[in-house]
Design a protein around this ligand. Structure first.
Ligand code: ADP
Ligand code: ZN
Length: 748
């Protein structure tokens, strides 16, 4: 297979002495130098090779002579190793090369996030994407004319009949279907009665047809779709924020942009915040385009991963839908990126390389000279600020599609209308559920908390059951008879006596989780068919899809769920949504808490009501006058976000300034504290830059590690990477301590 791609022709050939840089998928500061042996003289940047490293053989990529980065991002140049000491590249693998754009992207993400580039490359070269594809298999067909001397037993006749009536089948399959042993097949092949043929597998991904089933657009949909198509046809970098309330047809419209991209013969990438959503998305895509998209996420099986990786590289996978890691696929003709639910914090990867997939998607689009569309009903303040500054275009769908209206949102003042003692649902809410279910409609209760109760307290001595590894309470999961930590996974049986005062039967669950709400709902609505949707009760995307199906088939009266129900599901018969605790996300002192609560609750509220049945949303709150509740009631998110902006602007909080966090962690409190203090003492002193902390991190102990945090805040026109790099170079962590960098942390 010719694996050259045109973007590489402009790259420099290897240096005259055959010295090449090879990036390994290891946490080094940059690529290492090797020699290209004569028989590999044709190798070029992007080629995937194996090289010796110590006694091992490692896989890597021939890298470019110099990273193509703005000066402030450029890491320090590597030490030059004399040619005489270099080892030769061992072999070149028969794989499509990593496109230049992707190499450049890897360098950029590494420099921006201050991560070792090899770790970023590892995301692009998931090891099992590279393993050899299985050899084409062999099948058997009857020879056109049977040998004259063939001895035909009944078994042989049966095999020939089956082989004659089917496409070529592998020997084992043919034997199984005919109910004969493998020797019969071998005998027929040797006698020349069966011929071996190579089975060509069908292309793994069918080509989606943009004209398969286009929608009829209504309202201002056509206008918005035309705008998006124009962006795609321009075939150049642009950023568009597509805003519209839930149900306004955002998905429908960005599929039109995908259609334009397919018509132009380019590839499209769609990022979803949650892979559980992909089943419903894929079905919808298939109805629109008559073919399935390629799927990419971390749970993909090894074989599908290999096939998909290659199909993206050779361009046969035209549309990829995936989680954030899909950004690192080797697209050869990327023509459009869509980021659906762009406000979702799930786009931020918190472990390993800490990066925000939405922001990196913008970078990837710029490098690919492709348009990107950010999609949301409740855009992030970042994106709105970029619209305000003229950096992003803004398109708005102004109403729900068809005759559907937005649900009516009301607050329930829990101070004035409290639930009965020991219960969590107020009489108004239970009354509304009874009415809706009585009319044959569906209702939903939302509580963003798994388990039975978030806290177990001893009524005698006041002891709180706490995780031994984290500064967190243990959450009771009654069905599983355990207390568990939602941060580290620690669990223990629910104790019978208080571990502190040894009093029996004094431990009491405090506050509700969905399990407890479900118990209450079963007692309150004994005849209702109840379905619980929580990430720990649904085992994966298939189970989630099945639950959504049951709701759509009206096999359920009342849905009780955690944030998994907040996603873009379409529930045509659901008319009532009750938010059990609308105040839940507001505590904790995070500057972004209000923004996040509005986004989450609006998303949940959006599940209520469609054209046939208007929706109603009830918010149980102890602070019904809070701006978050007011915004949800009025639906005026624009004004709410302006208020948010006013709170962040003066202090240069993001998005009006830049923020970077250093998290120091160590198994001993001393190592953590000393390292954090050293960072504090060496903090940069620069105009427009301020360092806050060190202070105990939001989770002061996590998985047994003590944690401190420092925040660096800078004016927007200051690049924080060189400052951070210089700062880190001046502090050596204490033994056992680690410093993690988080550029643009999502909570602050
Ligand atoms: P959003 O992504 O903004 O929540 P969707 O694109 O999911 O909105 O649209 C909401 C519902 O309305 C979906 O069932 C969708 O199929 C339907 N819909 C939206 N626009 C159209 C249209 N032009 N023609 C037919 N159905 C539409
Ligand atoms: Zn824990």
């Amino acid at each position: 297979m010719p694996h050259r791609n045109p973007t590489q022709t402009d790259l420099l050939p290897p240096a005259p002495d055959g010295r090449v840089r090879v990036m390994l998928t290891l946490p080094f500061a940059g690529p290492l130098d090797y020699l290209l042996p004569q028989h590999l003289a044709e190798a070029r940047p992007g080629d995937i090779v194996t090289v010796p490293l110590g006694r091992r053989t490692e896989t890597g990529v021939i890298w470019d002579a110099a990273p193509n980065l703005p000066p402030e991002f450029r890491p320090p140049p590597p030490k030059e190793v004399p040619t005489s000491r270099l080892k030769p590249v061992a072999a070149r693998l028969d794989l499509p090369p990593l496109p230049a754009q992707l190499r450049q992207f890897v360098d950029w993400v590494a420099a921006y996030t201050l991560s070792p580039p090899g770790m970023v490359l590892a995301m692009a070269l998931r090891a099992n994407a590279l393993a050899a594809l299985p050899k084409p298999s062999t099948g058997y067909s009857p020879a056109p004319t049977l040998p004259a001397d063939l001895r035909l037993t009944p078994a042989r006749q049966k095999v020939l009949d089956i082989a004659g009536n089917n496409p070529p089948l592998p020997a084992a399959e043919l034997a199984r279907r005919a109910g004969v042993g493998a020797a019969v097949i071998r005998g027929l092949a040797q006698a020349g009665a069966l011929r071996a043929v190579e089975i060509t597998p069908p292309p793994p991904f069918a080509t989606p047809d943009p004209a398969h089933c286009p929608p009829t657009l209504g309202g201002n949909q056509a206008e918005v779709a035309t705008e998006l198509r124009t962006r795609v046809d321009e075939d150049s970098f642009s950023i568009t924020l597509l805003e519209g309330v839930t149900g306004s047809g955002k998905t429908e419209i960005y599929m039109e942009a995908i259609a334009a991209c397919l018509e132009a013969g380019r590839q499209a990438l769609v990022l979803l915040p949650e892979i559980a959503l992909s089943a419903q998305w894929t079905g919808r895509f298939a109805r629109r385009f008559g073919a399935e998209p390629a799927l990419w996420h971390s749970d993909l099986g090894a074989r599908l991963r290999r096939v998909t990786w290659r199909s993206v590289a050779d361009g046969t996978a035209r549309v990829v839908v995936g989680a954030r890691s899909a950004l690192f696929l080797p697209f050869s003709q990327l023509g459009l990126i869509i980021v659906d639910e762009e406000h979702e914090t799930a786009f931020k990867q918190e472990d390993g390389v800490t990066y925000h997939a939405r922001d990196m998607a913008v970078v990837r689009a710029r490098m690919s000279k492709a348009p990107i569309v950010l999609v949301s009903a409740t855009p992030s303040l970042e994106s709105l600020a970029n619209v305000g500054a003229g950096r992003y275009r803004h398109l708005k769908l102004n109403a729900r599609h068809g005759n559907a209206t937005m649900p009516v949102v009301q607050t329930l003042d829990m101070r004035a209308d409290p639930p009965e003692r020991g219960l969590f649902l107020s009489p108004v809410l239970t009354g509304a559920i009874n009415e809706a279910v009585g009319r044959g409609e569906q209702a939903m209760l939302f509580l963003n908390r798994r388990g039975y109760a978030p806290l177990t307290l001893c009524r005698t001595c006041g002891h709180r059951m706490q995780c031994p590894n984290c500064t967190a309470w243990l959450v009771e999961h009654r069905a599983r008879h355990i207390l568990t930590c939602h941060h580290c996974g620690y669990d223990e049986p629910i104790p019978q006596t208080c571990p502190k005062c040894a009093d029996a039967d004094s431990l009491t669950p405090i506050g509700p989780g969905v399990e407890r709400i479900t118990e209450e709902a079963r007692a309150t609505f004994p005849d209702a068919r109840i379905l619980v949707m929580a990430s720990d009760t649904l085992s994966g995307p298939a189970a989630t899809a099945a639950a959504v199906e049951r709701i759509a088939r009206r096999e359920v009266d009342l849905v009780i769920g955690t944030q998994i129900v907040a996603k873009g599901w379409h529930f045509p018969h659901l008319t009532l949504v009750g938010i059990v605790d609308a105040d839940l996300g507001l505590g904790g002192g995070d500057l972004r808490a209000s923004e996040r609560t509005v986004q989450l609750l609006h998303q949940v509220a959006g599940r209520a009501g469609r054209a046939e049945a208007p929706g109603r949303v009830l918010l149980q709150s102890y602070v019904p006058d809070h701006p978050v509740m007011q915004a949800l009631v009025s639906g005026d998110f624009g004004s709410f976000m302006e208020q948010e902006a006013e709170q962040r602007r003066p202090g240069f909080w993001p998005p009006y300034g830049r923020l970077a966090a250093l998290i120091v962690s160590a198994e001993t409190p001393d190592a953590a504290e000393l390292t954090a203090r050293a960072l504090g003492q060496n903090a940069p002193r620069l105009d427009g830059v301020q360092v806050l902390g060190p202070a105990p991190a939001p989770l002061a102990i996590l998985r047994g590690r003590h944690r401190h945090r420092l925040l660096l805040r800078a004016r927007r026109n200051i690049a924080v990477q060189p400052i951070m790099r210089e700062w880190l170079s001046r502090v050596k962590p204490e033994r056992g301590a680690r410093i993690d960098v988080d550029i643009d942390p999502v909570s602050f």
